[in-house]
Design a protein around this ligand. Structure first.
Ligand code: RIB
Length: 313
């Protein structure tokens, strides 16, 4: 079976992560924390990397600066087998940089110096779409929103299903996203989009219904952290639990979840089974430090599923 062809349109950042950030400083305050390190990241680039590790034939569209961080991001993606022909080296902006402050439970807060990502244009995307056919387009919101809306329209003209990971959290005119295949926010993103708290089962369902009514995707999939995922198809809702793991760093877990889900669906898995596989991939990612370095291979995910479920999804 040939590999699913995935186009990822999105951000590419170098991540500077700092461990043991267990309190947030007030202005003017300094707090001593743990070790730090650099890891290639960015929501788009993480999804491209993960989709390639998980068995996709992946092409990335993004923008980076002509700097050392940009070189490292390209190296990481090409090492995973991602086609970077449509990644633009921008002479007028820096490569994006994300400052990830990770606490001892593996959760993080993040500032993103957005740099070249905010210069990603619809023409950058069109170049890839005009040259090749793709089975699915995967995107997030760490790029100009006009590029997001125009990309949804271009994909729709070409009958390419769009998977939108709705991160980072923001409010949006949902009608500009009509016709998505999958809309998938995490808890903070769902609350920002809908204004509805998703901390209870009822709240999560109300938010999923709100998103479905406004954007009319085929599926809404809420990522609810330790509570798993809520799948809503306009008629029925189902919560699909995740796997318990020892959390080290949740960076890139959501990106890995989306990539695994996209690959699973392109390979013909039913939606619920694809979500279980995505939970497994994200669970492994959470149990490791960093962004792309923490993404599992397809074989590791299969092994994890065999151990945890006996292979049944
Ligand atoms: O989703 C995780 C990513 O968000 C990090 O790698 C960081 O770059 C930010 O974009």
């Amino acid at each position: 079976m040939s590999k699913p062809k995935i186009l990822v349109v999105g951000s590419m950042n170098m991540d500077l992560f700092v461990r043991d950030c267990n309190a947030l400083p007030a202005y003017g305050q300094s707090i001593i924390s743990g070790d730090y390190g650099y890891a290639t990241g960015g929501k788009g680039s993480n999804q491209a990397f993960a989709a390639a590790r998980l068995g996709g034939d992946v092409t990335m569209v993004g923008r980076i600066g002509r700097d050392n961080n940009g070189d490292q991001l390209l190296q990481s993606l090409t090492g995973a087998g991602v086609n970077v022909r449509y990644v633009v080296r921008d002479g007028e902006a820096q490569t994006g940089l994300a400052l990830m402050l990770v606490n001892s439970d593996g959760r993080y807060v993040c500032y993103v110096s957005i740099g070249a990502n905010y210069r990603l244009s619809v023409d950058d995307v069109r170049r890839a779409l005009d040259a090749e056919h793709f089975d699915m387009l995967v995107m997030q919101l760490e790029i100009p929103l006009e590029t997001v809306y125009a990309t949804v329209a271009l994909a729709r003209e070409r009958n390419i299903p769009v998977f939108l990971d709705a991160g980072p959290a923001m409010t949006l005119p949902m009608e500009r996203l009509k016709g998505l295949y999958i809309l998938s926010p995490n808890e903070a993103e769902a609350e920002a989009l809908t204004g509805i708290s998703v901390q209870t089962e009822e709240g999560a369902l109300a938010a999923a219904k709100w998103l479905y009514e406004k954007a009319a995707p085929k599926y809404v999939i809420l990522k609810l952290g330790a509570r798993g995922a809520l799948l809503y198809d306009g008629a029925q809702a189902k919560r699909i639990p995740g796997f318990k793991v020892d959390a080290v760093d949740s960076t890139a877990a959501g990106d890995t979840f989306g990539a695994a889900l996209a690959i699973g669906l392109c390979k013909g898995k039913p939606i619920e089974a694809a979500i279980v596989t995505a939970h497994a991939a994200a669970g492994i990612c959470v149990s490791r430090q960093g962004a792309q370095v923490s993404v599992p291979t397809e074989a590791e995910v299969e092994q994890f599923l065999r151990e945890r479920t006996g292979g049944a999804e």
